[in-house]
Ligand binder design. Structure first.
Ligand SMILES: Cc1cc2nc3c(=O)[nH]c(=O)nc-3n(C[C@H](O)[C@H](O)[C@H](O)COP(=O)(O)OP(=O)(O)OC[C@H]3O[C@@H](n4cnc5c(N)ncnc54)[C@H](O)[C@@H]3O)c2cc1C
Ligand SMILES: NC(=O)c1ccc[n+]([C@@H]2O[C@H](COP(=O)([O-])OP(=O)(O)OC[C@H]3O[C@@H](n4cnc5c(N)ncnc54)[C@H](O)[C@@H]3O)[C@@H](O)[C@H]2O)c1
Length: 403
């Protein structure tokens, strides 16, 4: 009987093993995870869980019984330190485990601030794992002063939670606008205004020069424009790097992540990759997506291919973020857009529709699930949307789907 080993018990790893069993795989499955917890969802870590509005148990993707009932050998709190592709083994501590097929779902590692500028002081937090957020929780208290470094999703979601909890927030983004990696200027403008309404001080085009400490604990910061701040804690949200160390040591090809073909197979025919760590062919280029929908969809396709399906993974990217009372939903990728059409609804409701020539390529919707849903379905179907209809707040969007 064959043995499938999966390294990384996060969103992708958990989805992959579930799909293997769902599709009838009867061999042995071992899922190995470095963290001590059952596989859990990360999105609430910078939202409801950090806010103290979500119980730990609700983070877990499936109960422990799922793994025992499905005969998945779950090895938690164990880090794989090596892969030998010739011998088809992985090393965990002193143990060597054989595999027939191996999947890498190792996720990504948060970038940290260098120790030389105070990145190792107490009170400086990254936000990736449950343990990081549990460490940070007590700092998020009314009246505390937080410096948030980075205006991506992590920084802005943390800023929203902190501001809601009465923390005095200063956020620095070294690029000229927040959310520049994932959204267009219109969406950045929207969220800058939203944060300022809640009292968060958003400073763009400004980086961190260094942190200042006293007795090993952070007490202040000097910014690249020379300004100085007193701070009680720091949240570092300056992006991630895909976890490729094991793959690299095993001699697998890398390309901004673990390089796979359209089926999710790496340069070794018995090794597969999915989730944040994998870079794959997409629309004539190669991309890596850092999102829950990608981790689930890609790992499910990889599971099917490990069982012989030979199916291409065709990503239909979508993302979401919650900040204050606003839900941002993004369908598609806006790379290369040349026109934006705005659809304004009541109050905070607005959506931005991105076109490349006549083609609709992405929609950013704020508190507008209908615009998001219609946009997503149009993009998935390769259809466009008449900009005149889109821009008219009184026009019904649904007929666009039938056009
Ligand atoms: C705070 C936060 C909020 C987020 N919010 C959203 C959101 O709202 N929407 C969204 O779409 N995405 C969100 N994301 C991104 C999303 O969570 C990730 O894209 C997703 O978790 C990727 O899944 P993954 O399985 O590839 O990686 P992960 O979930 O990171 O799992 C990888 C696992 O592999 C383990 N591992 C790594 N190396 C080894 C090894 N050598 N041995 C054993 N185990 C190993 C790691 O410890 C980790 O547990 C958020 C991320 C964070 C951190
Ligand atoms: N809602 C969501 O989808 C969601 C929520 C949270 C996290 N995540 C994921 O978590 C991961 C990490 O998120 P993130 O926000 O850290 O990454 P990110 O890459 O989205 O944003 C990092 C930001 O930090 C800025 N930056 C980098 N170095 C800086 C410095 N020295 N000073 C000031 N600014 C600096 C960058 O310009 C960038 O805007 C990503 O994969 C992200 O997609 C997703």
């Amino acid at each position: 009987m064959s043995h499938i080993v999966v390294i990384g018990a996060g969103q992708a790893g958990a989805s992959l093993v579930a799909r293997l069993r769902k599709d009838g795989f009867e061999g042995d499955i071992t899922l190995i995870g470095a963290e001590p917890h059952l596989p859990y969802q990360r999105p609430p870590l910078s939202k409801a869980y950090l806010l103290g509005e979500m119980e730990l148990e609700r983070l877990f993707l499936r109960p422990e019984s799922f793994y025992t009932d499905n005969n998945v050998s779950l090895r938690l709190g164990q880090r794989v330190t090596g892969i030998d592709p010739q011998a088809k083994t992985v090393t965990v501590g002193d143990e060597v485990i054989s595999y027939d097929e191996l999947a890498l779902t190792t996720g990504s590692d948060p970038r940290r601030l260098p120790a030389a500028i105070g990145g190792d002081l107490d009170g400086v937090h990254v936000v990736r794992d449950l343990a990081h957020v549990d460490d940070m929780g007590p700092y998020v208290a009314e009246g505390a002063r937080a410096l948030i470094v980075g205006g991506g999703y992590i920084g802005l979601e943390a800023a929203a939670v902190c501001a809601k909890r009465g923390v005095k927030v200063t956020l620095v983004e070294m690029a000229d606008r927040i959310l520049q990696r994932v959204a267009a200027p219109e969406t950045s403008d929207y969220f800058r205004t939203l944060h300022s309404e809640y009292g968060a001080d958003i400073r763009e085009g400004v980086g961190l020069d260094r942190l200042v400490g006293d007795n090993g604990k952070v007490t202040g910061a000097v910014l690249t424009d020379g300004s100085q701040l007193d701070v009680d804690f720091v949240v570092v949200g300056v992006g991630i790097a895909p976890s490729t160390k094991l793959a690299e040591m095993a001699g697998l090809e890398l390309d901004n992540g673990i390089k796979t073909d359209a089926h999710g197979r790496t340069s070794d025919p018995s090794i597969w990759a999915a989730g944040d760590c994998a870079s794959f062919p997409h629309a004539g280029a190669r991309i890596r997506l850092e999102s829950v929908p990608n981790a689930i969809d890609q790992s499910e396709v990889v599971a099917q291919n490990m069982l012989g399906a030979a199916k291409d993974y065709v990503a239909t990217p979508w993302f979401w973020s919650d900040q204050y009372d606003v839900k941002l939903q993004i369908a598609g990728l806006n790379t290369g857009y040349d026109r934006v059409v705005t659809r304004k609804g009541e109050g905070q409701t607005v959506s931005f529709w991105y076109y490349k020539g006549d083609r609709l390529i992405a929609v950013d919707a704020m508190n507008d699930p209908r615009a998001y849903m219609v946009g997503k379905r149009l993009i998935e179907a390769g259809k466009t949307a008449d900009p005149v209809v889109v821009a008219d707040p009184d026009a019904d969007l649904k007929p666009l789907l039938k056009a």
